[in-house]
Design a protein around this ligand. Structure first.
Ligand code: HQG
Length: 186
């Protein structure tokens, strides 16, 4: 069978929805580290009236450009690498990030960000990237994009921690406004 990209895209969105936000939608539970039994997940997805085989799932995990999902070493469990809105312990250790890191957002949020800093909103962490292109793409999802530079060296000096997800996204609890700078042109 020749799988369609559109189909894999839709299945990928469903996986994100279940593994990051609403496992109960497929009648499954994440363990404390975010893992779900693959057979239970595939069964739950079938019960939801969607069709996803083990082969489809393996292809989606392998070919996903953002490497959003990982199998456990024995292949029996799967989890999202980041982006959760439910509390999971991804067992990440603090790491030293590049300085600066970038965050892409919408221009309409700038006023509020200047006051409050970057907050994690509904997710478990604030998401940052080491390259501007990724930040720009993330910002465009929300509207007219702006790019913020995060002065990570200053933050480290003041005791903030950063974590690097399995798929290369930098994560932190919050970024107070004093460590942020809006790029003028990009
Ligand atoms: C904004 C994608 C007003 C924040 C991407 C962002 C990313 C504030 C939005 C990942 C604020 C939250 C996450 C404040 C933060 N006032 N707005 N004080 N503080 N915000 O989607 O970073 O495709 O939860 O700037 O690649 O856009 O899902 O976060 O605009 O890594 O794998 O509140 O999602 O990955 O939006 O995106 P989100 P995000 P996936």
């Amino acid at each position: 069978m020749n799988p369609s990209f559109a189909q894999d895209d839709a299945s990928g969105r469903l996986l994100s929805y279940i593994l990051r936000h609403h496992p109960e939608a497929a009648g499954v539970q994440l363990d404390s580290h975010g893992w779900v039994d693959v057979d239970a997940l595939l069964h739950g997805i079938r019960v939801m009236g969607r069709n996803l085989s083990r082969t489809d799932l393996e292809r989606i995990v392998r070919e996903n450009k953002k490497r959003r999902y990982s199998f456990s070493p024995d292949g029996k469990r799967i989890r999202a690498n980041q982006g959760h809105s439910i509390p999971v312990d991804l067992e990440l250790l603090p790491e030293i990030p590049p300085d600066p890191l970038y965050h892409g957002t919408a221009s309409r949020f700038w006023e509020s960000i200047q006051l409050q800093g970057l907050l994690k909103q509904s997710r478990q962490y604030v998401h940052l990237s080491s390259d501007r292109k990724t930040a720009l793409d993330v910002g465009k999802r929300h509207g007219v994009p702006i790019i913020l530079r995060i002065h990570t060296g200053e933050m480290l000096k003041n005791g903030f921690s950063f974590y690097l997800s399995e798929n290369g996204v930098w994560l932190c609890e919050s970024v107070p406004a004093i460590y942020l700078e809006k790029e003028k042109d990009f």
